[in-house]
Design a protein around this ligand. Structure first.
Ligand SMILES: NC(=O)c1ccc[n+]([C@@H]2O[C@H](COP(=O)([O-])OP(=O)(O)OC[C@H]3O[C@@H](n4cnc5c(N)ncnc54)[C@H](O)[C@@H]3O)[C@@H](O)[C@H]2O)c1
Ligand SMILES: O=c1ccn([C@@H]2O[C@H](COP(=O)(O)OP(=O)(O)O[C@H]3O[C@H](CO)[C@@H](O)[C@H](O)[C@H]3O)[C@@H](O)[C@H]2O)c(=O)[nH]1
Length: 327
């Protein structure tokens, strides 16, 4: 049985689906702070609780014979982290460390952690490779970098082996429509654009047009959620196959799109033009984040299947329409 925190959220629910699809047993632990109970896929066990609750985590590991843990629970917004830094250190460092301590104390030997491309900071490079030093420039990124460091130190003791996956910009939804992103206050570009398409909002703000990029807007490496989820399965298998090895991988496609290119893709899909309103840069934002993906491809044999911005946008909008019909 695999323990997965944050499984009532966007990414965790898709990883749960991927694990269940291949026949693994999954126990989801989530405090529903941003997640939704109805997003936890049927077939997974669910416990409502905090990942930093040591007694609860130890009891769950013992009761369910947990062998591996995937830690997706966390707070995720760069601008919010600038406003509320200590919340980010509390949840993404404090509670994460307590979670890993409790899990390993109770006997879990394989750990997988949701990290982020933003740990690289504001390097002006075409591609970011895992060999670069972490240089976070906002509290969200710093919180993830600290937990990465704690896990490296833990792995060095031999208590567990660890896979750190540095996600680039995750978007889209399960192609079968079983899950997708649900946000009370969306902050992600493609999610917000999809809300404009369904009429939940009347415009999109383009936050910054003076970055050092070809069209002045931020460039990101958008990856389909289904490809991201698949990376967790192969990473988990690698941890189990070689308990002496720990791994750190970028998970992206290796090419970027600007904000304007993303909005063009949405307009292509709807065959209309959404209202674009210029807005100031958001605090903490960097110009460009694009993955060097050679390591995960070479070591894990991971290959994307849905590497297509139009496909990502189409799946995001299909999910948004489903949510709108549900409301
Ligand atoms: N969305 C992205 O583009 C992206 C990119 C890089 C990394 N990440 C990381 O992926 C992970 C998942 O992100 P997401 O987009 O699915 O966000 P999300 O908000 O949809 O999911 C997070 C889940 O964690 C739960 N949670 C939060 N604090 C908790 C706690 N203390 N105990 C138990 N559960 C708790 C929430 O209720 C929610 O269900 C995060 O760690 C995030 O930093 C996301
Ligand atoms: O209404 C909006 C929202 C965003 N943007 C821009 O769109 C780009 C992408 O922004 P967003 O979708 O919010 O993603 P990021 O700020 O890049 O952060 C995401 O991607 C990171 C990995 O790169 C993750 O670590 C974070 O958790 C996740 O929120 C940036 O240039 C933003 O300035 C806009 O122009 N208008």
């Amino acid at each position: 049985m695999i323990l997965l925190t944050g499984g009532a959220g966007y990414i965790g629910s898709h990883i749960t689906l991927a694990l269940l699809d291949r026949g693994d047993d999954v126990l989801v632990l989530d405090n529903l702070s941003t997640g939704n109970r109805w997003l936890v896929p049927e077939g997974a066990k669910f416990v409502e609780g905090d990942c930093g609750d040591t007694a609860l985590v130890e009891a769950l590991v013992a009761e369910h014979g947990i062998t591996a843990a995937i830690h997706c629970a966390g707070v995720i917004s760069v601008p919010e982290s600038v406003e509320k830094p200590l919340l980010y250190y509390d949840i993404n460092v404090g509670r994460a460390v307590r979670f890993f301590a409790a899990a390993t104390a109770a006997g879990v030997r394989h750990l997988l952690f949701s990290s982020t491309a933003t740990v690289y900071g504001a390097l002006d490079l075409d591609m970011l490779s895992e060999s670069l030093p972490m240089a976070p420039v906002n509290p969200y990124a710093a919180s993830k970098a600290m937990t990465e460091r704690a896990l490296a130190d833990l792995a060095a003791t031999g208590a567990a082996n660890v896979a750190v996956l540095r996600y680039f910009n995750v978007a889209g939804a399960d192609p079968a429509g079983r899950s997708g992103q649900v946000s009370k206050q969306a902050t992600h570009l493609i999610k917000i654009a999809a809300e404009v398409v369904t009429g939940k909002r009347d415009h999109i703000s383009v936050t910054g047009n003076d970055f050092a990029t070809p069209d002045g807007t931020g460039v990101r490496d958008y990856i389909h959620i289904t490809d991201l989820a698949a990376a967790h399965l192969v990473a988990l298998d690698a941890l189990v196959a070689d308990p002496a090895e720990s791994l750190t991988f970028n998970v992206g496609y290796g090419h970027g799109a600007s904000v304007l290119e993303v909005l063009d893709a949405v307009d292509r899909f709807t065959n209309s033009r959404m209202r674009r309103v210029p807005a100031p840069r958001r605090p903490g934002d960097v110009a460009r984040l694009v993955a060097d993906t050679s390591a995960i491809r070479a070591r894990l044999g991971w290959e994307p299947k849905l590497d297509d911005l139009d496909r990502i946008v189409a799946d995001a909008i299909a999910w948004e329409r489903k949510l709108a019909a549900r409301a």
